[in-house]
Design a protein. Structure first.
Length: 242
């Protein structure tokens, strides 16, 4: 397993080899927050992730893992530099186009869950398929049941999300990211609230999907098991400027 230092500055080895398709690429990316006080998170970050890689983003609290996830998912914009995701330069497209890219091609598990509390598990997981269109309700529900079964939560399909534990909600969030079968999965601490045994099962499933179907995984984590499973680890260091 290859380990890289992401911050500070240019790291040529983070670009990987020249022979495989690039899924995401950051070029001279910097991110500065101005409120409540100036905080420089990234300076001149360069990173390429190739198709079929399983990349772990590791580092202490405050090192910018969540910020990087949000940038890759198009939920935030860099202060400077360019970001390409699946062939689209996300720093140059509109918010509507970013939403479309996330819907069609990217599965996101954010650190803060954004599930609809009054909806059932099945309804939450079905939502991306509903917005994608195509296929009928029966085919959508069949896919939802398939993914819930993979995660071992098909018995909870009709439970309201508001009634679930934190760990159960995390599994629903993972299921919703997976249901549309995206080529890229970006996750922020997906195992943090999970039972160790459940975590192992989820990680083995993700690793198998990554290895057998060339899915690209980018996971921000403190979990040593994820770091051990990953094909590459990007070590991030805190860089805070008052």
């Amino acid at each position: 397993m290859e380990e890289l230092e992401l911050i500070p500055g240019l790291n040529r080895s983070a670009f990987g080899g020249p022979t495989t398709t690039t899924v995401t690429q950051l070029t001279h990316v910097s991110k500065v927050f101005l409120e409540p006080k100036r905080r420089e998170v990234f300076t001149d970050v360069n990173m390429r992730v190739k198709r079929g890689e399983f990349v772990a983003l590791a580092g202490p609290v405050g090192s910018g893992k969540t910020t990087l996830v949000n940038l890759l998912a198009g939920l935030d914009r860099p202060s400077s530099g360019s970001i390409q995701v699946l062939g689209r330069e996300t720093t140059r497209i509109s918010g509507r186009e970013l939403t479309s890219l996330r819907l069609t091609s990217l599965g996101l598990v954010p650190q803060v869950q954004n599930l609809l509390q009054g909806f059932t598990v099945s309804q939450n997981v079905e939502l991306p398929l509903f917005f994608l269109g195509g296929g009928g309700r029966e085919s959508r529900l069949s896919r939802v049941q398939e993914v819930l079964g993979l995660l071992g939560i098909n018995a909870d399909a009709e439970r309201k999300v508001a009634d679930l534990s934190v760990g159960e909600k995390q599994l629903v969030s993972i299921a919703r990211a997976m249901v549309k079968d995206p080529p890229l999965l970006v996750m922020d601490e997906p195992t943090e609230s999970l039972d160790p045994l459940v975590s192992e099962l989820i990680l083995e499933m993700l690793r198998g999907d990554n290895a057998l179907r060339a899915k690209t995984l980018i996971i921000a984590t403190h979990d040593k098991r994820i770091i051990e499973l990953a094909t590459r680890t990007v070590r991030m260091s805190a860089k805070i400027q008052a």
